[in-house]
Design a protein around this ligand. Structure first.
Ligand code: AMP
Ligand code: FES
Ligand code: ZN
Ligand code: ZN
Length: 312
């Protein structure tokens, strides 16, 4: 905490944001955060109040904050929780589901909750083990988990007729993804990394309204707003490349405040000018077509990677 004063009133500041040269008290911070979200929604042409939105909520601080802000701004947003069956003994998934359900119940919001094990017969770690997604004998479910989440989010959004799928990726997430994509020169992924990804061939429009917020800003919002959330990280994320990149970038940010935002905003500006455009389809495995089993778009010959992994 800081002994600085709020830039908008005489109260003591609750948060200081060096990258914005701004310090705000609790009341003005909560107001600022909601306004900034609305600005991002307009700036990146995300959606209007006439479109139905599905917010992917994990029970964590970012996604509950996003749902809260959209609700305050009176956007018609329902929630989607995907129970992945992670670590039943520590009940990570069941605990996070409880936070999402309580949040929705308190505000009278609609939450669609789905359970991967009930739907497909296996939890994510079980499926990862069976398909040998392991490293030094330990199951590494993160890539399978990412694939299942993407598949289920798109499936539910389309089945239930939502125009928009919103996730709560924050700036730290986006910068870590960007850093990874640059390190590997994944030009196809760079072409598609964007705050708003237009709907295409079986894909719902995807938006990330929190893409300009530092993680500590979303954390501060959730805390100051008094929203209960699952504080634990996914137990499988420990030692992941994503976390490694985040730590690395935070070290740079400490020395040079504003680096994260400049890195991301610079990337978006370059894209706007035409850099990192999607290459012709020749770069893909094949044309996008509906998976013969589940109907979701895929480029693989035969069934999609999701159906293959679950033997569907
Ligand atoms: P992650 O893939 O864990 O970095 O999460 C990115 C975004 O996906 C979050 O901000 C949420 O919006 C969404 N999300 C993550 N986990 C879940 C889940 N279990 N159910 C629904 N949405 C999720
Ligand atoms: Fe999916 Fe951890 S493996 S959230
Ligand atoms: Zn103030
Ligand atoms: Zn499929």
């Amino acid at each position: 905490m800081t002994s600085m004063k709020c830039h908008k009133c005489a109260e003591r500041a609750s948060i200081r944001m060096r990258q914005h040269r701004l310090a705000l008290c609790k009341e003005h911070y909560l107001e600022w955060f909601v306004e900034q979200t609305e600005r991002a929604i307009h700036k990146y042409d995300m959606f209007t109040r006439q479109e139905r939105i599905l917010v992917a909520v994990s029970g964590g601080k970012d996604s509950l904050a996003l749902w809260d802000v959209l609700w305050r701004l009176e956007y018609p947003a329902d929630g989607l929780y995907i129970n992945l069956g992670i670590d039943s003994e520590e009940a990570y998934s069941d605990e996070s589901e409880r936070y999402a359900r309580e949040f929705a119940a308190e505000r009278g919001l609609k939450l669609h909750a789905i359970n991967v094990q009930e739907m497909y017969g296996e939890t994510i770690p079980q499926m990862a083990r069976r398909t040998r997604r392991t490293s030094s004998g330990r199951v590494k479910p993160c890539s399978a988990c990412g694939m299942v989440k993407r598949h289920e989010m798109n499936r539910v959004a389309r089945d239930l007729g939502y125009a928009i799928l919103a996730t709560a990726h924050n700036l730290d997430d986006e910068v870590a993804i960007l850093f990874g994509n640059v390190m590997m020169w994944q030009t196809d992924l760079l072409a598609r990394q964007s705050p708003t990804l237009a709907a295409a061939e079986g894909f719902t429009r995807k938006v990330k309204p929190f893409c300009r917020f530092y993680e500590r800003e979303t954390a501060a919002y959730t805390l100051l707003r008094g929203i209960p959330y699952i504080e634990e990280e996914c137990p499988h994320a420990v030692g992941s490349k994503q976390l490694y990149y985040k730590d690395l970038i935070n070290k740079i940010e400490e020395e040079q405040p504003g680096t994260k935002l400049a890195f991301y905003a610079g990337f978006l500006k370059a894209k706007e000018k035409g850099a990192f455009r999607e290459l012709p389809d020749a770069a893909r495995d094949g044309e996008l077509h509906p998976c013969p089993n589940c109907g979701q778009p895929t480029t693989s010959a035969g069934v999609c990677a999701f159906c293959r992994s679950f033997n569907l």
